[in-house]
Design a protein around this ligand. Sequence first.
Ligand code: 1CP
Length: 354
Amino acid sequence: MTEKRLLRVLQGEALWPPPVWLMRQAGRYLPEFRALRAQADFITRCMTPDIATEITLQPIRRYGMDGAILFSDILILPWAMGQSLHFAEGVGPVLEPIRSATDLDRLRPERVADVTAPIMETLRRLRRSLDAPADQSVLGVGVAGATTLIGFAGSPFTVACYMVEGGSSRDFLEPRRMAYEQPALFDRLIDLLTQATATMLCAQIEAGAEAVMLFDSWAGLLPPPQFRRYVIEPSRLIIDEIRRHHPKVPILGFPRLGGLLVGEYAKATGVNALALDTSADLALAATLVPDTVALQGNLDPLCLLAGGDGLTREVERIRHTLRGRPHIFNLGHGVLPQTSPDEVGRLVEQVRRL
Ligand code: 1CP
């Protein structure tokens, strides 16, 4: 049996204390990340195995997290298909928007494998580093061989949001309009992303990812019929395709702000773990989702930022509410840049307290 506690929970075991990792655990709140950040722009950092490997391992060295998530981004996929992308300081991603069939026809999904080859090299190096015997490990005592390597992609709907909007937005009006006004075009984009995402996640697994996660950060913008069509159905197809090639590799899904539809999402897609955002009531989610499916989450990133006794109380509430069922401790969204590295250390220590 594997020594990796996160993998055991993904296979349906309830462990006490729960394993822990954090979304955006490699990030600006770490001084060692900021030091590397000056060296290259964001896409170069993702595409350079030396840098991406180092950034992924930083939080593992510091905290011995149970999960290491590949340092990359959900928007690397459209970029690899040829859509122009850059990350503007203080603004976020900026893309040349896709608004017509002509724009869509310019995308080159057949190029993704070649363009993302350096990312697969990063995964191979990460797996070697994480699984090196203790006496050869670059990680701390007790960490060698204990951390699960997680690959990921954005879900088709969330990636389509950025591709059609041309960047970040609070409400993503352009993709939501396209879904109503040009449904055939939006369907084509979702279908193209569904196929490309399944292929890329299979490649990540073949390069060493032991689990993969689908981030659907904007799923909660959709009414139920569209949630079924653009969130559940493409995720189900991606998961079916991955299982055809890699039946044993666990898959996590994060339909953020999915509300009452998280149960239907979990059952229809067949995810091994459902990541819950901060708004989810854990006891209610536990009744909606089959108890063979692990729940991941869902501490408020602001609570971690604020720290102190409030953090202690929330960690206790969350881990005790889900005690007895498969649970992976995590935040309900990413670590905020203003977070203190010491509070992250305190959080991990407390989650692991017997
Ligand atoms: O300037 C910088 O250093 C770039 C900041 C940054 C980082 C560190 C971006 C730009 N992406 C990432 C890494 C990243 N993104 C990871 C791997 C590292 C880790 O988790 O530790 C992952 C899993 C993501 C996933 C991601 N990117 C999501 C889904 C999860 C979520 O946060 O909702 C989304 C929506 C993105 C888009 C994106 N990329 C970057 C930014 C600033 C954004 C968000 C823009 C927005 O708010 O709309």
